[in-house]
Each structure stands twice: as structure tokens, then as C-alpha cells.
Design a binder for this molecule. Sequence first.
Ligand SMILES: [Zn+2]
Length: 133
Amino acid sequence: MPCPFCNPAREDIVAANDLCYARYDIHPVSPGHLLVIPFRHVASYFDTTDEERMALARLIDDCRAKTERAHHPDGYNIGVNVGEVAGQNIMHVHIHFIPRYRGDAGEHGGGVRRVIPRKEGWRRASGSRRGVR
Ligand SMILES: [Zn+2]
């Protein structure tokens, strides 16, 4: 099966620069969920070049500007899964750019620390340390 992130269709590209592009996630977890992807086929974020990392960071800023205008989110999660055990399903690095909206995860907040669901009890266990996320 060919890599779904190599050779993107022009109409799928939401934003781009010389080294990377952004497209909408086909199974968005929130309105405006984007993937920021280097054009070069490389599996791991840790195997990207310094130039690709700078290009990815610049494109994330461009995505934010577009998303602020289109969706008016209240926050963002920006993250990358590295390796199957961490949830990476497509072995071409892609950074999830997930706009967040007040109340969209209920009372639990839904931050990056919650990627391992059974660890969710930390807040109850830690009592008053509510500021740490
Ligand atoms: Zn690829």
C-alpha cells in the first residue's frame, strides 16, 4: 500500500512551504484538526532534519493563523506520535494540530497528559496541585 502522506493531491493541501504541508485529518477529533507533514518520506520526527523542523514549526504558525480566522478555538494541542506503541499508525511523520474549544472534553480537560487513559486518576490523587498539567 502506498504511503498516504507522500505525493498529496493538490486539493488536499491546506497550507505549505518548501519542505512541508498541512492537510485536514480525515477523522478529526475537533473542528479544524490538521496534520503538518514533511514532503520527504521519513517515519520518525527524530529523523527529520533541522531544516524540516524549522519548516514544520513555521507551518504550524501558519495553521494557527488560518484556524484562528476559520474556527476561533480557545486553545490547541500540538503533538506527534513516534512509534506504534505511542499510537503512530502511518509511518510518515505527521504533527497533529488540534484546535480545542472550551468544554469539548467535559470536566476532564483533555490535555496531552491524558494520552494513557488509566493514568487519569492523577488529579484526584494529587489533591490541590490543579495548576500542573
Ligand atoms: Zn510517505
